[in-house]
Design a protein around this ligand. Structure first.
Ligand code: 5GP
Length: 131
């Protein structure tokens, strides 16, 4: 079986680590002490923002298990601020959104740095599809 370390081993050359180091530009929506939110480069909805912690966490479970309380609060509050900034809070025009965080193989995660997709601006259809 995989060890905890192997499951969570972080690749510092992943694209979001490079964005955090300023090596690649991004269209920032929000930056806080522990969190960065920016527009997805290939949006799949009129609103498609990625929210990432600045720390080296691979998946949501990794972050939830090992991040500090301050990081977790900052990240969670940042998602709220993003919803307000991009206008997807339910009740305001076509409000509403979907949060997605893909992890690992079954989740079809492409970038191995935790990110939550905040998607909205259109009716998003059914929750998941079969491959
Ligand atoms: P995943 O499949 O890992 O959940 O999602 C990765 C997301 O990152 C995809 O939606 C993809 O479009 C986005 N992405 C990949 N590379 C870049 C990049 O360099 N800049 C931005 N802004 N988004 C990226």
């Amino acid at each position: 079986p995989m060890t905890e370390r192997a499951m969570h081993s972080y690749d510092p050359q992943n694209i979001f680590a490079r964005i955090l180091r300023g090596e690649i530009p991004n269209k920032t929506v929000l930056e806080t002490p522990h969190t960065l939110a920016f527009h997805d480069i290939h949006p799949q909805a009129p609103i498609h923002v990625l929210v990432i912690p600045k720390g080296p966490y691979v998946t949501y479970d990794h972050f939830a298990a090992e991040a500090s309380d301050a990081e977790i609060v900052d990240f969670t509050r940042a998602v709220n601020q993003v919803c307000e900034l991009v206008g997807v809070r339910p009740g305001d025009g076509l409000g509403g959104y979907r949060l997605i965080s893909n992890a690992g193989e079954a989740g079809v995660q492409e970038v191995p740095h935790l990110h939550v997709h905040v998607m909205g601006g259109r009716v998003l259809g059914r929750m998941v599809s079969k491959p």
